[in-house]
Design a protein around this ligand. Sequence first.
Ligand SMILES: Nc1ncnc2c1ncn2[C@@H]1O[C@H](COP(=O)(O)OP(=O)(O)OP(=O)(O)O)[C@@H](O)[C@H]1O
Length: 239
Amino acid sequence: MTRLTIENLSAGYGGFAVLRDLSLDVSPGLTVIVGPNGAGKTTLLKAIAGLIPRGGRLLLDGTPVAPDASTSELVRRGVALVAEGRQLFPQMSVTENLELGGWLVPAAERAYRLKQAFADFPKLAERAAQLAGTMSGGEQQMVAVARAMMCAPTLLMLDEPSLGLAPRMVDELLAIARRIADAGTTVLMVEQNVRKALAVADRAHVLERGRLVAGGPADELARSAVIRQAYLGAPAPVN
Ligand SMILES: Nc1ncnc2c1ncn2[C@@H]1O[C@H](COP(=O)(O)OP(=O)(O)OP(=O)(O)O)[C@@H](O)[C@H]1O
């Protein structure tokens, strides 16, 4: 039940600052970040995962993460990211892709986790030998999530898991995120599908132009006028 504390985070690309002075407490459970295109949602996840340089402080369960911690150090500390675009190895089987997710753990432990992954994702067990590149978008996203779970993360970050998927697969992927959170891994998810994301999340935050502009229990946000107008297509109230 890991808690991530983000204090005064800044991050960007070269001299271009995307996030400035962002502070956020990510509690156990399922937290979703929503916001318009270009707001900095992906940048936030990348900065936490150590994929781009960052300023400010990150603490996992109160213990600071070194400012220059590499991605593999973060993986060792239990942080995993499923990036947008899945980044599977298309010419490798489902099993091989999953095994690569467990690269940090000894072989015996890896075999155990693979068994566990197939128990958690029965659909993938049926397709263990299939080449990842021949699967549907939703199935590939499932492989990407299962692969991230092979490192037994305590904090799982998902960047737009439902991107480009058919509605039924969106529901399935969001249900998987919910299940993972319920099983004790803290989940931080960026999602464009605001209505469905708010329906499964515990908490939600709105990121606009690099700043958090609203946040709270997901069901409360789903009812708020700001969210309903900006993200859920509700008509603006008549004055
Ligand atoms: N590799 C990069 N180099 C330079 N600028 C970048 C890079 N990646 C993103 N940006 C810029 O950083 C800003 C934030 O982008 P980011 O991808 O974090 O937004 P986002 O909220 O995830 O949006 P989307 O929903 O479109 O993915 C944008 O202005 C984008 O153009």
